[in-house]
Design a protein around this ligand. Sequence first.
Ligand SMILES: Nc1ncnc2c1ncn2[C@@H]1O[C@H](COP(=O)(O)OP(=O)(O)OP(=O)(O)O)[C@@H](O)[C@H]1O
Length: 263
Amino acid sequence: MPSFLSGGIMSETENAVSVRNLNFSYGATEVLRNISFDIKKREFLAVIGPNGGGKSTLLKLLLGILKPDSGEINILGHKPGTVKKIGYVPQNVTSGGGFPVTVEDVALMGRMLTRGGFTKQSDRDYVRMVLEQLQITDIAKKRMDDLSGGQRQRVLMARALAGEPELIFLDEPASNVDMEGQTRIYDILAKLNEKITVVVVSHDLTIIPKFATSVACVSTTLHKHDEAEVTPDMMHMSYGADAHCPVELVAHGHPHRVLKEHK
Ligand SMILES: Nc1ncnc2c1ncn2[C@@H]1O[C@H](COP(=O)(O)OP(=O)(O)OP(=O)(O)O)[C@@H](O)[C@H]1O
């Protein structure tokens, strides 16, 4: 059976993402200061950091939704917003948007956004296969307004994957999803990561040892480690000077595993 997990032809640039001296403020609120980092192709980067640290803002800059105050961003060899083969799953999908569109239509729109032209039967077949792999075929004809938050999140993931991206950004993709759904999402991302670059913002540090190949901590500045480990510096940046293990580390049954050093 064909699978969207087997697609993804990489373009020729060495890095999927390169950022140099990036600065961004919302008015007088400085959000990101002098950030430089690279994401290599086929990395699985986990982006962590405190609430309000600038993680979502960074993703929006990489996607070209926001413009930097200064600095350079290169995505698959191009300027942000000009590359089609990028998937994005946004955070907090709290409403269906009030549009009378079905799940199938949303996923198909994702495919047509990156591929252009008219919808062919092959596009419909591909979308059906993506829905199957995400186990949402049963809701294909439902309207977005009639879905739970977790279902909507999976539909937006389907929309991103339907475009056969080379690089996918996900902002807390499992936040509205139960444990079984979370495992399914991360298993799919791990499989996708055999072919494409994955960047996931997550508060759940337990994904790091299981899935990530690198970790970046964003708290106005950015510290990146090209290994799947959270250092004491990152803990300090994310959770403050008196940081103890976050609840998720214990609750998911992997206490302390991601910590290089724990005091
Ligand atoms: N549209 C906006 N206008 C003004 N300020 C904003 C806007 N969006 C975000 N901010 C502010 O920018 C800062 C960074 O927000 P951002 O959402 O990027 O952080 P985050 O790390 O993704 O947070 P969280 O983990 O809570 O999702 C915060 O202080 C936030 O209040």
